[in-house]
Design a protein around this ligand. Structure first.
Ligand code: FES
Length: 187
């Protein structure tokens, strides 16, 4: 039973952990990284406003779909600190993330759907490679699986594969570096 009494406006770290399903150690980590904040009581105990639950949930789900903590932090920084964020505040955050999320969805769909095809990685290990990447011609475009990469603004090839710009977008580059430290098992 993790239901919180509805009159509770401030949570201990234990209550926040229990209701969010995120370990206390991870909450401390998020706070140290500036993703959530608390006030201290006279006895130096943390108290979180109840809307921290929404922030922690946002962090948890975002991390689960592979969004780096640095990006999550940047998004959360657009919310007001001094009051409970409104629907309009969350809508603004959502709007700034829309393009990035669309790109991630497109990439995940390609990862799901195209692994039986030649992905243009240079391995030439399946029979389709001779046809779609003869002599590893796609290697001339740059590193990586040239037919699998989805980056913002890519125009599709005539055969449905994505074109591959020479430099990754900032967002894609951030997504490539997933080595965020995490104190929990939710990364
Ligand atoms: S799958 Fe690697 S080059 Fe075709």
């Amino acid at each position: 039973m993790t239901r919180l009494e509805f009159r509770v406006h401030e949570l201990t770290v234990g209550q926040l952990a229990e209701r969010s399903g995120v370990a206390v150690s991870a909450l401390h980590f998020y706070e140290a990284k500036g993703l959530i904040s608390s006030r201290r009581t006279a006895g130096n105990q943390r108290r979180f406003s109840r809307d921290a639950l929404r922030r922690v949930s946002f962090i948890k789900v975002s991390q689960r779909v592979g969004i780096p903590l640095s990006e999550i932090k940047r998004a959360l920084a657009t919310l007001p600190e001094e009051r409970t964020p409104t629907v309009a505040d969350w809508a603004r955050l959502s709007e700034t993330w829309k393009t990035d999320l669309d790109d991630r969805i497109a990439q995940l769909q390609k990862l799901r759907d195209d692994l039986t095809e030649c992905i243009g990685c240079g391995c030439l290990s399946i029979n389709k490679c001779a046809l779609t990447n003869p002599y590893d011609q796609l290697g001339d475009e740059g590193p990586g699986p040239r037919r699998l990469l989805v980056r913002h603004g890519d125009a599709p090839h005539a055969d449905g594969a994505q074109s591959t710009p020479s430099a990754p977008s900032a967002t894609a580059a951030q997504g490539d570096s997933q080595a965020e430290p995490c104190a929990d098992d939710i990364c």
